[in-house]
Design a protein around this ligand. Sequence first.
Ligand SMILES: NC(=O)c1ccc[n+]([C@@H]2O[C@H](COP(=O)([O-])OP(=O)(O)OC[C@H]3O[C@@H](n4cnc5c(N)ncnc54)[C@H](O)[C@@H]3O)[C@@H](O)[C@H]2O)c1
Length: 416
Amino acid sequence: MTKKRLGVGFIGGGFIGKFHIRSWIGVRDADILGIVDKNKKTAQEAIALIDKLRVGKATHYESITDMVIDPAIDAIWICAPNFTRLEIMEEIVDAVGSGKGELIGVACEKPLGRNVAEAEKMLALAQKAGFLDGYLENQVFSPAVVRGKEILWTRGAATTGRPYLARAAEEHSGPHLPWFWEGTLQGGGVLNDMMCHSVEEARFMLTPPGAKREVITPVKITAYTNCLKWQQPHYAKILAENSGGKTDYLNRPAEDFARSLIEYRGEKGERLIIETTTSWCYVGAGLRLSLELLGPEYALQINTLDAGLKVFFSREVKGSQGEDLVEKQNAEVGLMPVVSNEEIEYGYTAENRHMIKSFLENKRPEENFSDGVNVAELLMAAYMSAEQEKTIAFPPPKLKSFIPAVAKGEWNPAKK
Ligand SMILES: NC(=O)c1ccc[n+]([C@@H]2O[C@H](COP(=O)([O-])OP(=O)(O)OC[C@H]3O[C@@H](n4cnc5c(N)ncnc54)[C@H](O)[C@@H]3O)[C@@H](O)[C@H]2O)c1
């Protein structure tokens, strides 16, 4: 490996694509040199942002194949919607397989697939093509999560015993675009969209530093889902209006609340618990990510809305709605928390640094497609548990072929 610097191409320059671009000011040894986005305006916005932040000089390519075969591009970041994962990965792998393109690695946003079969196909395609694979789960790179884990394990766990309970919650007031709300397109509701973060960061916290994820093993899972807010006629109407009539939460809702309790066995057979709660019906200041890790003589807690910076605006301050204070912001007046650098706090900067460093050193990233498959397995087992209203031994039979009712457009708690 002689490369000292990577050229990176983005597929998807929307919401998360722009988060990654903003994070790039803290990423070394790589430039963003390409964008493919179905929407030309979005592609141009992303290119303008790359220019403004001086994190590369991006070309807009008409197709994924055109971008992959350009020798300037060494790695791809997949930041397009969930329902496009497989077709995108297939095109990348075909372009590499035809001998026209060469890639060192591909990094893919969460979730790796909408179900286990899709996630496994993503992994198999990466292995077939022979490039390195990174799974973009930002939260396991968040500085508070990483530093908190280090401190608790080296001080607390080393002297009084390993942690046994991790609690993670991801909550906001609902996704920004209609496709997220459609179970068939997204793969589910909030369970698929946000519990992918919770189960993985909680698993990360309970895994001893430096150990492989296999040292702790999930043995059973109990989950619950419901649609608490967005199936109410007033709110269902808002979703329908926002989607030109397509999103129909009266008849085809997705869950806006989901929780799970996963029992693991530790390296010495200890009983460990992961508790997660996720919702699209939390109306606080904005996105709230919280995490707790508990052991015999210690505890850790993180809440992203307990930000160091708070601002106050009286009712005389009038302005337009925005997300300039915090992601998924719900208000512009009163006492407001501000996450002063969301790209760093949520883990995107460290995540991208890690992916680039791994690719340059020709090493598989620590968070990779195998982790993405494991996350999909846990989420699908959670859907099984919620549908059957019982605890499921893990791994359950038929997990690989399981598609949740919500992903088939067949789930409706109002009809129970
Ligand atoms: N890590 C996180 O916390 C986080 C946060 C938000 C989104 N995401 C993930 O990122 C992905 C994208 O989400 P988003 O919020 O940016 O969505 P988005 O809809 O805002 O952006 C997606 C972009 O992809 C483009 N696109 C659609 N189909 C395409 C195709 N076939 N080829 C190329 N471009 C295509 C769209 O035009 C759009 O600009 C999703 O998988 C989502 O789960 C992760």
